[in-house]
Design a protein around this ligand. Structure first.
Ligand code: CAA
Length: 258
């Protein structure tokens, strides 16, 4: 399907989705979020795709929800349309791993979109923030919840209440991003991480993603039980036999997703 606000490239087993509204620093409007959620659903269904990278431009991953689109909306319009709710729920339902490759601004909905992905690789120019407070609102697509889980209450409150930005170095130190790389290397690093994931058994990759995500939704005891059952279950796969045999035989495993 042809999209207007994003570009989708599939190379081998990695789908690269690039947000493409340069005139608005990739601000998220309804069209972009609808297209992105469709592209992710398609990538999830595409047997060729094993990992997904979502990125923006060098200047902006995304500078937030589109303020022009939202500014005149009423409470009733926002409430009845569940503004962005359907699209973002769809994005977080993606079963295959998604890496956010963030350069420049990741603000408001942009920061929230990056946090909906499974992990964030940032360039040294990245700036994260939840500046909605400056617009007389608050984060609306998960920021108060996901940022708090990522960086803890103190920094999350600071960012949501003052609207200040967090540079890449602080974001890495605080646990919001998994690695920081020079801006010129960002795409290469994210694609290389995606390629590494694509080479694993897809069964264990999806199990790992489900288990980590479960930790946000349940108690420690339930989460550990969930992990244990998935771990046990993986012993029913050919890939477990192959992975362990390859280790013992000192060779690379040939996973077949079975
Ligand atoms: N929505 C709509 N348009 C936006 C935008 C946004 N969130 N962010 C930037 N743009 C547009 C600007 O209006 C401008 O367009 P024009 O040239 O037509 O005027 C263009 O992108 C370039 O932006 P700037 O000229 O402002 O660029 P800059 O380099 O001077 O500043 C910036 C960059 C600091 C990111 C600044 O653009 C900015 O503060 N943007 C808004 C950030 C923000 O408040 N985000 C939160 C949005 S609300 C939200 O996200 C709610 C939610 O949780 C769902």
């Amino acid at each position: 399907m042809a999209f207007e606000t994003i570009n989708v490239e599939i190379d081998d087993s990695v789908a690269l989705i690039t947000l493409n509204r340069p005139e608005a620093l990739n601000a998220l409007n309804s069209q972009l979020l609808t297209e992105l959620s469709k592209a992710l659903a398609e990538a999830d269904q595409n047997d060729k795709v094993r990992c997904i990278v979502v990125t923006g431009s060098e200047k902006a991953f995304a500078a937030g929800a589109d303020i022009k689109e939202m500014s005149e909306k009423s409470f009733v319009e926002m409430y009845l349309s569940d503004y962005f709710g359907t699209e973002t729920d769809q994005i977080t339902k993606t079963r295959k791993p998604i890496i956010a490759a963030v350069s420049g601004y990741a603000l408001g909905g942009g920061c929230e979109l990056a946090m909906m992905c499974d992990f964030i690789i940032a360039s040294d120019t990245a700036k994260f923030g939840q500046p909605e407070i400056n617009l007389g609102v608050i984060a609306g697509i998960g920021g108060t919840q996901r940022l708090t889980r990522a960086v803890g209450k103190a920094k999350s409150m600071d960012m949501h209440l003052t609207g200040r930005f967090m540079e890449a170095e602080e974001a890495e130190r605080s646990g919001l991003v998994s690695r920081v790389v020079p801006a010129k290397k960002l795409k290469e690093e994210a694609l290389s991480a995606a390629q590494k994931i694509a080479e694993k058994s897809q069964v264990s990759v999806i199990a790992a993603k489900e288990a980590v995500n479960r930790s946000f939704e349940t108690t420690l005891a339930e989460g550990i039980q969930f992990e244990r059952r998935l771990f046990n279950g993986l012993f029913a796969t050919e890939d477990q036999k192959e992975g362990m045999a390859a280790f013992l035989e000192k060779r690379e495993p040939q996973f077949r997703d079975r």
